[in-house]
Ligand binder design. Sequence first.
Ligand code: SF4
Length: 336
Amino acid sequence: MEALYYHKEKNNEIVCELCPHNCHISDYKLGICKVRQNIDGVLYSKNYGQVSSMGFDPIEKKPLYHFYPGSEILSIGSIGCNLKCEFCQNWQISQTSVEGFRRGTDKMNSGEILEIALTKKNNIGIAYTYNEPTVFIEFMLDIAKEAKRNNLKNVMVTNGYINQDPLNELNEYMDAYSVDLKAFNNDFFKKYTKSELEPVKEALININKADKHLEITNLIIPGLNDNVEEFRLMLQWIGENLGKKTVLHISKYYPTYKLNIESTSVEKMLELNEIANEYLDFVYLGNILLAEGNNTNCPRCNEILIRRTGYMTQKRSVNSIGNCIKCDAHVFDHLN
Ligand code: SF4
């Protein structure tokens, strides 16, 4: 499948315009993501229709806590990523090429995926996840268009490293985004992800302006991105640019892939949780089981609106339009 978002230069060289790497790709070479190839001056998407993983997940697993809580969503992933995170949890599918993926992909078309999505009653739509969906934008758009025609929701779980034009096109079909904000420090981005922070901030602002549902995940890696001052700067930026109602998931790190640092301590997670609550209304802890749960409390009267234990959710003091039953504060825009 010919790729979207590129232009040709001299000597059959191509510039891919999909993500801020803007790779210059010579004939027969691949971009940094390993899934876009220049063949005779045409850029091809090599992972179109190549499904590496698929299954129904609780929406809370994306993580999205304020987007139809308690629902399930058909989640699909392909191969490749435009970042090189040393702490990637899905490196087997993200840091390889289609040919290099040992288990092998399933070749599917958008119609087949739609058929599966429509088999389950509690399914609200399709989540593009597991590997970075930006690098399979052509396939994602084809599925998302069919999903819309069938009144299903589209959710993108992304690192936010995408150029503005493709993001604008995605905004036409996406209903919600779960974005990893990996740190608030460009040196960290450069060293541990081989990318830059600024384009991710621009993507977050774009998504927010497009009025899409947005939740942010910040993985805390001890000694690398857990500096409290930096964390406060991030919270301040989120509050000022995206609003204090923006949902933040603070996620516990466990050693994986190339990074072998001790896991984030519970004390650190609780400390950051307390700080984050000074700036934002909805803060949750991820990858950690808390005795008191990961509930949504009303920001006005503190009533428990949704009780959560792991991925189990139970609606409590919230009415059908997403308001707190006790004080009538409006909390949820997306509830079923
Ligand atoms: S999507 Fe891939 S090929 Fe295109 S600029 Fe980004 S890393 Fe390079």
